[in-house]
Design a protein around this ligand. Structure first.
Ligand code: FMN
Length: 393
């Protein structure tokens, strides 16, 4: 039977994340939506990130006297309400004005951590000033290591406790949607400009108040006058450093007194090496299918990675999570929490901060219902034995 989908633009009517995705598509200019949605090359990694959840089915227990569920969990030493983190995504101000602040505020109200991207449109100091938020800062290693040093010092001055280093983007992924939509960086084609005119709400929210948002944490990297996205994208491309290696991680480990997370690992060997270096947590990730096409899904390598790192560090996972059942499968396979990328961005584009809150609420209810139906009350009670691998393929 064909499922009926919500066809409007009111985020409050979204029953699931897919509804929010469609609303986001209806509200954003197409070049912005495609920036958000696209994957690398033929998007096989992107598709596989969703397909992998079909490889596991649940085997519930039914007579276990399930009471109210408790979804709280400890992440990097702090208690949080849900096993979820809003992960780092760049250029959120293009989806909704002050997008980073809206995501961070929704995270704080839901009592989960928020990770600010290195290429954010809000300064790390402004995020640090938000009351009651557990904010972590994501950084890239650029060729200009002096910039990295200064950025780390800024994080310390702003009293961040946790830095996240992304390691899967030392070479820029090939996203052809982005390339097709622009004549030059940030100059949309005529077709896209016409489409833009049909999105007056977005123009009023994002464009009219301050023009296109600019990067707020790259001042020490970009030459004067290159803060605009147009100017910055060329500089960032040249600054990506493909020579990134373990010495850089050791250097940062020695320099940064706070907690350190590596994001972008897929190989269990590398996971083990990171744990031996004293890294506090890892995010198994293929960057939401935006970097290496045909990369394996983090969910496939999760059980072995957990076995190799043991309890030496926390293990997080992202890429393709859209349902509470997806999250519960990863937790049962050994993850400590799931990081969200597009899921909360759909909420942001569909309804601003309340839209993000709605996305988190959908997931909270789905996770709650799923663990209850599995016969348990707490995240810690989930076990791999509750999953049956699908052996048909
Ligand atoms: C629009 C967009 C921008 C992103 N920007 C960053 C970034 O600046 N830094 C980073 O480490 N990861 C970035 N990512 C990757 C996400 O942190 C995350 O790994 C990915 O979105 C997870 O996949 P999902 O979107 O399918 O959940 C970005 C992803 C998207 C969709």
């Amino acid at each position: 039977m064909k499922r009926r989908r919500y066809a409007g633009t009111d985020y409050r009517k979204a029953l699931n994340i897919q509804d929010l995705e469609r609303i986001a598509q209806r509200r954003l200019p197409n070049f912005v939506f495609e920036y958000l949605q696209g994957g690398a090359d033929d998007e096989r990694a992107l598709q596989h990130n969703r397909a992998v959840f079909d490889d596991y089915r649940f085997m519930p227990r039914t007579l276990t006297r399930v009471g109210p569920r408790d979804l709280s969990t400890t992440l990097m030493g702090k208690s949080h309400a849900l096993p979820l983190v809003i992960g780092p995504t760049g250029y959120n101000g293009m989806l909704s004005r002050d997008g980073d602040i809206k995501l961070a505020t929704a995270a704080s109200r839901a009592n989960i951590p928020f990770v600010l991207s290195n290429v954010a449109t809000t300064s790390l100091e402004d995020i640090a000033a938000l009351e009651g938020l557990n904010a972590w800062m994501q950084i890239y290693f650029y060729r200009d290591r002096d910039y990295v040093r200064k950025l780390v010092d800024r994080c310390q001055a702003a009293q961040y406790e946790t830095i996240v280093v992304t390691t899967d983007s030392a070479i820029y992924g090939n996203r052809e949607w982005d390339l097709r939509n622009f004549r030059k960086p940030m100059q949309p084609t005529l077709r896209n400009l016409l489409h833009l005119l049909m999105r007056p709400r977005w123009i009023a929210d994002v464009l009219i108040p301050d023009g296109m948002p600019t990067f707020k944490n790259l001042d020490d990297l970009l030459p004067p006058g290159k803060q605009s996205v147009q100017g910055a994208s060329a500089v960032i491309g040249q600054q990506l450093d493909s020579t990134l290696n373990w010495d850089d991680i050791s250097w940062l480990r020695d320099r940064w007194p706070g907690k350190l997370i590596i994001k972008g690992i897929l190989s269990p060997d590398e996971a083990e090496q990171a744990a031996s270096l004293g890294v506090d947590a890892l995010v198994l990730s293929n960057h939401g299918g935006r970097q290496l096409d045909h990369a394996c899904s983090p969910v496939e390598v999760l059980p072995e990675a957990r076995q190799r790192v043991g309890q030496r560090c926390q293990l997080f996972v992202d890429s393709g999570f859209r349902r509470g059942t997806d999250v519960v499968k990863a937790l049962a396979l050994g993850a400590d929490a799931v990081w969200l990328g597009r899921t909360t961005l759909y909420g942001l584009a569909a309804g601003g901060q309340p839209g993000v809150a709605h996305a988190l609420d959908i997931l909270r209810r789905e996770i709650d219902r799923t663990i209850g139906l599995l016969g348990v009350e707490r995240i810690a009670d989930l076990e791999t034995s509750m999953l049956v691998p699908d052996r048909r393929h």
